[in-house]
Design a protein around this ligand. Structure first.
Ligand SMILES: NC(=O)c1ccc[n+]([C@@H]2O[C@H](COP(=O)([O-])OP(=O)(O)OC[C@H]3O[C@@H](n4cnc5c(N)ncnc54)[C@H](O)[C@@H]3O)[C@@H](O)[C@H]2O)c1
Ligand SMILES: [Fe+2]
Length: 381
């Protein structure tokens, strides 16, 4: 089977890139924007960094901000109604994965109304039309939703998060400006950055990985290992490196999938509303340990990209240990809590069932039994 790569037609990178949003809106001839952002970003003036530019260029817009972290079906359906009232012809998504994912679901449903129940979009939905054109402006350095073909929505009623995979949701423009991320507090920078590292490591070891995505993932691991500590200190070079590293990880994993870390992380968020990055980060050394004997030489390259010296002289056991240790050290240095105190013994069975049913699980290089997944969740307790 041929390997498919889907990416943004256009993306901008680097400090000050946000100015290009005006050029792009005008070049496409859009007449009114539906700005989708979350309430905190509106309150802290992050959204205004973009809407001020729209104001000064006299580009009309409406603001939609009923979006919560781990966005829900309700966030999507009320967004669809708001879009219908808006008269807009494009979506400007400003925020982390939650704002960008909600925008994708809204844009897909507007263009493909037969999926308006939202739940039917789970997995690979056979949509016929590209979504409403999205211009995506990430404000976290983590999910890379601006360049992925995925979005993740929470079904509150059924206590599950579901992943939707659809190239029709690809933003036509991504503007990845580290200045948009500069207001992130330390904990959020660390968690979203570790989400990006998890994408790179899971994408590198997933079943469908191949030469081109390996190239993206190894460079992403290198950039993240080199820059995350500094980004947490709000150092501009660190922010720049993370903006790029997380995006490059997205260029890879979006096209090949992830693994059991993400399937377990989605389950934790669905049951306990655990922030996505925190869930991914705490599970990363555990899932790497679980997969270690099913990854060939790959942990040697992960260790090298993480900055470990002397990997060529190491035995297989040594470089596998070294890769996991380097991830643990980075996680520790940026202040990630390796435990999750919300998990209850009586929930473990259902957590494991849900994780094994998540769309990310089949990409994992090693099959897991329910008991093994329970054991991994238990390591977080
Ligand atoms: N589409 C994909 O490919 C993909 C990949 C991974 C994760 N996700 C999903 O993305 C969501 C997580 O997104 P996220 O981790 O980017 O966080 P988020 O969008 O959920 O935001 C978390 C919090 O951070 C705040 N915030 C964001 N940027 C900020 C900034 N610059 N300054 C201050 N505060 C800021 C937000 O207001 C919010 O309160 C999850 O639902 C996850 O499942 C999607
Ligand atoms: Fe993620």
């Amino acid at each position: 089977m041929a390997n498919r790569i889907s990416l943004n037609p256009t993306s901008y990178h680097g400090k000050g890139a946000i100015q290009e949003i005006i050029t792009e809106i005008q070049a496409h001839g859009f007449t009114k924007a539906f700005v989708a952002s979350d309430p905190d970003l509106v309150q802290f003036g992050v959204t205004a960094k973009v809407t001020d530019l729209l104001d000064s260029a006299n580009i009309p817009y409406v603001l939609y901000s009923n979006i919560k972290p781990n966005p829900t079906i309700e966030n999507v359906t009320s967004g669809v109604e708001a879009f219908k009232q808006s008269g807009a012809d494009c979506i400007v998504a400003i925020g982390g994965g939650s704002s960008m994912d909600t925008s994708k679901a809204i844009g897909i449903i507007i263009a493909n109304p037969e999926f308006e129940d939202v739940r039917s979009l789970e997995g690979v939905a056979p949509t016929k039309n590209p979504c409403v054109p999205i211009l995506a402006v990430p404000t976290t350095a983590g999910t890379a939703a601006e360049v992925t073909i995925n979005y993740v929505i929470t079904d509150v009623e059924k206590e599950r998060k579901f992943v939707c995979v659809d190239p029709h949701d690809m933003p036509i423009v991504a503007i990845v400006d580290p200045d948009m991320m500069a207001s992130m507090p330390k904990g959020l920078t660390a968690a979203t950055g570790m989400d990006a590292l998890t994408h790179a490591i899971e994408g590198y070891t997933t079943k469908g990985a191949w030469e081109m995505t390996d190239m993206f993932h190894l460079e992403a691991i290198r950039l993240i290992a080199e820059n995350l500590r500094a980004a947490v200190e709000n150092d501009p070079k660190g922010r720049e490196g993370m903006a790029l590293g997380q995006y490059i990880a997205g260029m890879g994993f979006s096209n090949v999938g992830l693994g059991i870390d993400h399937s377990m992380a989605h389950t934790l968020s669905a049951h306990y509303d655990t922030p996505h990055g925190v869930a991914c980060a705490s599970l990363l050394p555990i899932s790497m340990e679980f997969n270690r004997d099913h990854t060939g030489e790959k942990y040697r390259e992960i260790a090298r990209a993480m900055g470990v010296e002397g990997v060529d002289a190491m035995s297989q056991e040594e470089y596998r240990d070294a890769a996991i240790e380097a991830v643990k050290q980075l996680s520790h240095d940026v202040g990630i809590n390796p435990k999750n105190d919300r998990i209850k013994e009586e929930d473990l069975d259902q957590l494991a069932i849900d994780a094994l049913n998540d769309a990310c699980y089949p990409g994992n290089p090693r099959e897991a039994t329910k008991e093994q997944v329970i054991e991994m969740f238990r390591q977080l307790m």
